[in-house]
Write a protein that binds this ligand. Sequence first.
Ligand SMILES: [Zn+2]
Length: 215
Amino acid sequence: MRIILLGPPGAGKGTQAKKIEEEFGIPQLATGDIIRLAIKEGTEWGKRAEPFVREGQLVPDEVVIGIVKERLSRDDVRNGFILDGFPRTLKQAEALEAMLQDLGIAIDVVLYFDIPAEELVRRLSARRVCESCQTPYNLISSPPKNDEICDRCGGKLVQRPDDTPEVIRKRLAVYEEQTKPLVEFYSRKSLLHVVPSSGTIEEIYAQVKAILGKK
Ligand SMILES: [Zn+2]
């Protein structure tokens, strides 16, 4: 089975990908991971990506596409894969379509993890980090024993500037704007399934399994 996962950061995509990977035995291909691997292995496209990553710049579309194509040509994805973080743009989706055609395969399902903006704000703005030892916490899902004090070193827990509600709302708006064309692209192909993602990990996975079970 060949699966694409869409959804904003914080919607729990990575966790669901791990569960699909375990149960269905198909590898999760997270874009960041496959770029790092290509660089480490010094593949043709990995070499092109290296300077951008080293400089902390965004890796250009054509390089990301090249790296994904290298990865999808390997043996371990013969029975399927879970793409997480790719495609991110319509241009990448069209390139993916073309490369899959070359390989003689096609996407079976696109799962869109849909979460209300306010729920996402609630989850992400609960993130804290110890200002001394950098241990991450979440006041909702993994709180410290004592209010806003690090369990490990007694340091003060602080919120990263990226995790304030205003920044999260802005980031989400950017994500939705960028993803809208992808959602339309895959709806037109009747591949898109919306997974409401405000429940628990298990509740969300039950919906995922029901969709994948019909494929
Ligand atoms: Zn600490």
